[in-house]
Ligand binder design. Structure first.
Ligand code: THU
Length: 163
C-alpha cells in the first residue's frame, strides 16, 4: 500500500493583485447576481464567462418550485456560451454570490455538477480557464478546472467514435 496526496494550487488575492480584465469579469459576475431568480434559497449567484474573442457572457441561478429543475449560475452562463458562441473558448470564469444583504465575505465555490461542466467546457475550447471566486474578504484565483476537480471523469475515458 502506498499513500498518495493531491495538492491543489490556488491564489488568495486582494483586489489589487488582479488584472483590469479580471476585475471587470468579477464586476460582471456581481452584476449578474441581479438577474438571479432565487425565490426559494434567496441566495443570488452570478457568473461571468470571458471568451477568447473578448466577449463576456453572464448567467445567474434560476430556481424552480420543482427544485431539481433549477440551474446554477455557472452552468447557465456556460451553456449560454455553448449555445451562442459554440466555436469560442472560455478563458476565464468569474463567480460571485449575494445572500440578500450583501455579497458573501468568503468566495463561494462551485458545486460538483458545475465543476464537471466547467471541465468539459475547458476541454471543448482546448483552453485552460482561469477561475475567479469573489468574496469581500479575498478573491481566490485558480488556474484551470483540474485544480477544482481532481480525479476528473473526462472524455479520455469515453473515446469518441470517428465521424
Ligand atoms: N448555486 C449556484 O448558482 N452556484 C453555485 O456554485 C452554488 C449554488 C445556487 C443554486 C441555488 O439556486 C442556490 O445557489 C442555493 O443553493
Amino acid at each position: 500500500m502506498e499513500k498518495k496526496k493531491i495538492v491543489i494550487d490556488y491564489e488568495q488575492c486582494a483586489l489589487e493583485d488582479l488584472t483590469v480584465d479580471e476585475l471587470r469579469l468579477i464586476e460582471s459576475a456581481k452584476m449578474a447576481t441581479r438577474t438571479s431568480y432565487a425565490p426559494y434559497s434567496h441566495f443570488a449567484v452570478g457568473a461571468a464567462a470571458l471568451l477568447d474573442n473578448g466577449e463576456t457572457v453572464t448567467g445567474s441561478n434560476q430556481e424552480n418550485v420543482a427544485f431539481p429543475s433549477g440551474l446554477c449560475a455557472e452552468r447557465t452562463a456556460l451553456f449560454c456560451c455553448g449555445a451562442h458562441f459554440p466555436d469560442r473558448a472560455v478563458v476565464a470564469l468569474g463567480i460571485a454570490a449575494h445572500d440578500g444583504k450583501d455579497f458573501t465575505d468568503r468566495p463561494i465555490t462551485p458545486c460538483g455538477a458545475c465543476r464537471q461542466v466547467m471541465l468539459e467546457t475547458e476541454e471543448r475550447g482546448q483552453h485552460e480557464m482561469t477561475i475567479l471566486l469573489f468574496g469581500k474578504q479575498c478573491v481566490w484565483r485558480i488556474a484551470g478546472v483540474k485544480s477544482l476537480l481532481p480525479f476528473t471523469f473526462s472524455s479520455d475515458f469515453v473515446p469518441r467514435k470517428e465521424e
